[in-house]
Design a protein around this ligand. Structure first.
Ligand code: NG6
Ligand code: CA
Length: 526
């Protein structure tokens, strides 16, 4: 056998060369050893050099702001694990969630469709029916067709069942009916009932003699509430969040029973992490898609005691540190199992930041010099940039060259881009194939993008942003966020004015008209 004819595997090559040099072993013994090596060379770790169907891990934060991450300019908070991904991958400066709240962003992420095309895509209660039609194309469905095993661990918030769920029976339809082979979820948000984990449609650890009952209409007689029983609270409510009390925390919505099934908020990060790690380990021998939907730093912010006090910024900073640690542990799992070079990682957030989102948790008092929105205006719920412009990182060790990109990309584009990555020609209605951009081969992102915030829409095209007039308060006083409402058109040129301070609508009538026409041609075509 000539040197050039030896197999590519370097261990194998060295082995054969060594064996030739030694010459004193019998041919039979050589064959046995080579056989053994061949066997081990086709073992799971070999997958790490097959880049035709990389695993896909989508790490999705809840309410993480543009500058809540040190790689995006935070100076008062440290996120070494997210930073590692940003420094070793592509850090996008102009990437967007579809919306300034959770449900619509997640809807767009999974369906590749603008959420404003679906009138029900707004913040859902814990008893809302499944928002995605089971006949709709979704990202996990598409990946299944490409030969992937698909799993979700974490926050769902896209509705479950038909609107009349019996939480004590198999809950369906849900994530498993829209493309996930495996699901371990919280139904809605950490601040909404039911406060239980649901694995493949079944509430975990439920005892038959203590069924779970949930209502968003009325309390169950005799059950304490945050409003009437402040003495039972370990975290006080600021606005909303004064219904049922679970684990000393008042929630949105009423719940009775299911005591053994109730989550312990402080353990949630570890619970989701371990489930995500187990998923990876279980499916390491096949292409897999893991949607790891973290619950941080959404309210209520409940760091595990290992992280309580770590940031000096109160629970909001602590849970960001906790979540960053989770990201690090997840990466370690990929490394340990030889998967890191065969895994395309995407990290982002469902909407912009909010400091006080309904509880007294020291987030305001201990914020200090930290500014989660960074240079951007607004925050969660806002049509201004900080509502939807979020951290967005792609990472694929050995395949993506580290860089910073200012291409306009949206989470809506993941569906068509990941289709391309995995050899599928399927696409979503509003989803652009930006695989070249997401993998660093091009900087040619979107030309334009409609963004959504609590039912309103705005428009980015090139370096300009148009916010149409909307009634309503300029500021949400509860959360202290500028919403973007104004009686007049707002037009900002982001390259000169990233903070959206100078409304150029009056002085640039031609640009204003061009932007309105472009925006209306998309938005009226529902
Ligand atoms: C709001 C909640 C807020 C949060 C949000 C959903 C009140 C007063 N506020 O209605 O605390 O739960 O819904 O956040 O109830 S999201 O990130 O899931 O969209
Ligand atoms: Ca959110």
């Amino acid at each position: 056998m000539l040197e050039s004819q030896l197999p590519n595997n370097p261990i194998f090559r060295i082995f054969i060369i060594k064996m030739r040099q030694m010459k004193r072993y019998s041919i039979l013994f050589t064959l046995i050893i080579i056989g053994g090596l061949l066997f081990s060379c086709t073992s799971p770790s070999d997958k790490s050099i097959d880049s035709s169907k990389p695993n896909i891990v989508l790490i999705y934060f809840d309410d993480l702001g543009y500058s809540d991450v040190s790689a995006y300019g935070a100076t008062e908070i440290e996120t070494p694990n997210i930073d590692m991904l940003a420094e070793g991958g592509i850090r996008f400066t102009d990437a967007y969630s579809s919306s300034a709240t959770c449900t619509p962003s997640r809807y767009a992420l999974l369906t590749g469709q603008y959420p404003w095309r679906n009138k029900n895509a707004r913040i859902l209660s814990g008893t809302a029916p499944l928002l995605i039609d089971t006949s709709q194309l979704t990202l996990p469905k598409l990946l299944k067709k490409s030969g992937y095993h698909t799993g979700i661990v974490g926050k769902w918030h896209l509705g479950l069942g038909d609107g009349n769920v019996d939480w004590n029976k198999h809950i369906s339809p849900g994530p498993n009916e829209v493309g996930f082979d495996y699901s371990f979820i919280m139904a809605a948000t950490q601040d909404r009932v039911p406060t239980v984990y649901i694995e493949n449609g079944l509430v975990c650890r439920l005892e038959p003699d203590d069924p779970v009952q949930v209502s968003y209409q009325a309390n169950f007689p005799g059950e304490p509430t945050g409003k009437d029983n402040p003495e039972m609270l370990k975290m006080k409510w600021h606005h909303g969040h004064n219904n049922s009390i679970v684990n000393g925390i008042p929630r949105i919505g009423f719940m009775k029973g299911g005591r053994s099934a109730r989550w312990v908020d402080e353990n949630m990060a570890d619970t989701f992490l371990v489930k995500a790690q187990n998923y990876i380990i279980k499916h390491k021998n096949e292409p897999f898609f893991l949607y790891y939907a973290l619950h941080q730093p959404h309210v209520p912010r409940t760091p595990h005691e290992r992280f309580a006090g770590i940031s000096g910024m109160g629970p909001r900073g602590d849970v960001i540190a906790e979540a960053d640690w989770c990201v690090g542990e997840l990466i370690k799992t990929l490394e340990k199992h030889g998967l890191i070079e065969n895994t395309f990682i995407i990290l982002s957030s469902d909407n912009g930041p909010v400091i006080n989102d309904g509880y007294y948790d020291d987030a305001v008092e201990k914020l200090g010099d930290h500014n989660p929105s960074g240079p951007l205006r607004g925050g969660k719920y806002s049509l201004f940039e900080a509502g939807t412009r979020v951290p967005f990182i792609t990472y694929w060790k050995g395949n993506i060259k580290p860089s910073v990109s200012n291409a306009i990309v949206s989470q809506i584009d993941l569906l068509s881009s990941l289709a391309d990555l995995t050899g599928s020609d399927l696409s979503g209605p509003d989803s652009k194939d930006l695989l070249g951009v997401l993998s660093g081969k091009s900087n040619d992102g979107r030309d334009n993008l409609v963004i959504e915030a609590t039912g309103r829409t705005a428009f980015r095209k090139g370096n300009w942003v148009l916010i149409p007039p909307y009634p309503g308060p300029a500021i949400n006083d509860n959360v202290h966020i500028e919403l973007g409402n104004s009686e007049v058109y707002q037009l900002y040129k982001l390259e000169d004015d990233i903070g959206e301070q100078n409304n150029l609508a009056e002085t640039n009538p031609d640009k204003l008209r061009e932007m309105i026409n472009a925006y209306e041609s998309i938005i009226t075509n529902r």
